[in-house]
Design a protein around this ligand. Structure first.
Ligand code: UD1
Length: 328
């Protein structure tokens, strides 16, 4: 199979590329290296430097002929999207439309979108399944919903098929240590905890400890990035087999609180990891946990690497490997 990954040099894309390379598929990586790293691009993959907002470059690469396109090239900081909506419109919406319309023009028929649990907004019931109302509480979540809606239209109007994968909280690193690139300026919980453990951030700010949850801190569904990556391979096979369109959640179906993550990280790293309990962060739901039953029924997917220990251990290994670079 020939697979082209837009945003394939980023955190999730690099893991996705490894899964396809492991089964000897041809992998192309298109990335502008704004947050992705050239060092993340595996030697066995083809690399195309380019920006998804550059229609001509996108079309030129799409015309090389691909069985499946995977789109992971998006900004993903929910808080930032509320302050810089134009940045998110241009890249996440216009950029995605360039890819979809480029696929139509180049005759690429299969498309996989990195979508997000952020499309649901504040949950009205748990676990959240795919039929849950879609009311994003941040602009980032809206950009993902908007692209999903366009995919639905294009799949009706053209010879074009898609799978949208709604990730819950992606976390962890390749268990075989093949991916060592860290994200710059992370805003997500686990990388922040790791930066404190590594001594490059003074403390973790815990956003709220008065939620109606097991210990008052926010609860999320953390899913190991290798599980997510395997979901892309199954989705590509699904599309290639002509099974049609699909929108599914990818989550572990287990809720973990910020406090549980912190306690596990203290145990695994052996570091004190100072934490300050502060105000809730605007737009944060108390609890978000997936139902991934549809992914199981349709793709045969379920999370198998997503225990809290595996997530923290694999991440800590990578932070330790980078310790020299991280020191101020
Ligand atoms: C959000 C999006 C998710 C998206 C992800 C990508 C929503 C509802 N969710 O996840 O879809 O894929 O961003 O970035 O929009 N926390 C702290 N201190 C910190 C950082 C986080 O206490 O310094 C807490 C948060 O309040 C939350 C949990 O940790 O309870 C996880 O936060 P985070 O890692 O930022 O992800 P989400 O906001 O859940």
């Amino acid at each position: 199979m020939k697979v082209l990954l837009f945003g394939g040099a980023g955190y999730i894309g690099t893991h996705v590329a490894l899964e396809f390379l492991d089964r000897n598929d041809t992998v192309g990586i298109f990335d502008n290296l704004s947050s992705g790293l050239r060092s993340n691009v595996n030697d066995q993959a083809l690399f195309y430097e380019g920006d998804i907002q550059d229609k001509d470059r996108v079309l030129q690469v799409l015309k090389e002929g691909w069985d499946v396109v995977i789109h992971l090239a998006a900004f993903k900081a929910a808080g930032e999207s509320m302050l810089k909506p134009i940045k998110y419109s241009q890249n996440n919406i216009s950029g995605s439309l360039n890819l979809i319309t480029g696929c139509i023009k180049a005759g690429v028929k299969n498309f996989i979108l990195s979508s997000s649990a952020a499309v649901y907004g504040e949950p009205s019931y748990l676990p959240v399944d795919e039929n849950h109302p879609k009311n994003p509480t941040n602009y980032y979540g809206y950009t993902k919903l908007c692209v999903e809606e366009n995919l639905k239209w294009y799949a009706q109007l053209k010879d074009f098929h898609y799978v949208s994968l709604r990730y819950f909280n992606a976390a962890g690193y390749d268990e075989r240590g093949r991916m060592l690139g860290l994200e710059n300026n992370p805003a997500n919980l686990i990388p922040v905890v790791m930066e404190v453990a590594s001594g490059i951030r003074p403390n973790l700010l815990v956003f709220g400890n008065d939620y109606d949850t097991v210990d008052g801190t926010g609860v999320r569904d953390y899913v190991h990035v290798t599980d997510l990556a395997k979901g892309h391979v199954l989705a590509a096979d699904y599309l290639n087999a002509g099974k049609g369109n699909l929108v599914v959640n990818l989550g572990s179906e287990e809720g973990l609180s910020v406090q549980q993550i912190l306690d596990t990280a203290r145990k695994i790293t052996g570091k004190p990891i100072d934490a300050q309990y502060v105000e809730r962060r605007a737009g944060d739901p108390a609890k978000l946990v997936a139902s991934s039953q549809l992914a199981y029924k349709s793709l045969g997917w379920k999370a198998e690497h997503s225990s809290v220990e595996t997530i923290i251990q694999t991440t800590w290994k990578v932070y330790q490997a980078n310790q020299k670079k991280l020191e101020p």
